[in-house]
Ligand binder design. Sequence first.
Ligand SMILES: Nc1ncnc2c1ncn2[C@@H]1O[C@H](COP(=O)(O)OP(=O)(O)OP(=O)(O)O)[C@@H](O)[C@H]1O
Ligand SMILES: [Mg+2]
Length: 228
Amino acid sequence: MAVVLSFDNVCKEYLRGNVPFFAVDHVNLTIEAGDFVNIIGRSGSGKSTLLNMAAGMLSPSGGSVCLEGEDLSARDDASLSRLRNDKIGFVPQGASALPDLTVLENVVLPFCLWPHGGDGEGAGRILLERFGIAHLADSYPAELSGGELRRALIARALINHPRIVIADEPTSDLDVESSMSIMETFTKLNSEGVTLLLVSHDLDTLKYGKHVYTMSEGKLEEGDHLTA
Ligand SMILES: Nc1ncnc2c1ncn2[C@@H]1O[C@H](COP(=O)(O)OP(=O)(O)OP(=O)(O)O)[C@@H](O)[C@H]1O
Ligand SMILES: [Mg+2]
């Protein structure tokens, strides 16, 4: 299978007080087309830092992150933004919808940022329909439940047919039923060929995904080492 995303000895070093520490500590990981990688880890273990580097929003202190074999750090900011817009569907941690845009406008926004051929609004409506929130197209993010909003953000991540969808804590702040529904949505997308990288501290997500890794103090290990 073709490699979509790879981390080669990736580190991110920060200072706490004056003391340097690795928020991400020499991580190696290869994600192939069609994979569903689920990383679990406690709060502060480095999950968001790792995902932000995967999405090209943060530069590593060492090592390299490659998307389809291309080192993200070789790109300037403008071309990196374009690459991210076209090839990476990112669902950030927390509320990340623009409050003054409707749900449909939020979903279609990545399509509108750069010229793309086709009917963005139509594609957005199809995604909303698919996720059971078509009736909320003209509502504003503040009017949606947590689960509905999360589905809208997943729809937004899919609008440009990315090579990979990266989601940071997609089930946080949701009740068990909504969390399961979100994880089943990801499982269905993956069965249709969407490549996925998710991180979570929610152990209920463990049964989902084809490959589970544990992040602990910046280090990534294969398997579940939190409940084991
Ligand atoms: N800009 C920064 N400067 C210094 N330290 C940082 C910075 N960003 C994150 N950290 C630290 O790096 C570590 C990893 O943070 P990160 O946000 O990646 O954790 P996380 O696993 O996503 O946690 P959570 O589950 O709470 O979202 C934490 O100890 C955090 O305090
Ligand atoms: Mg985080």
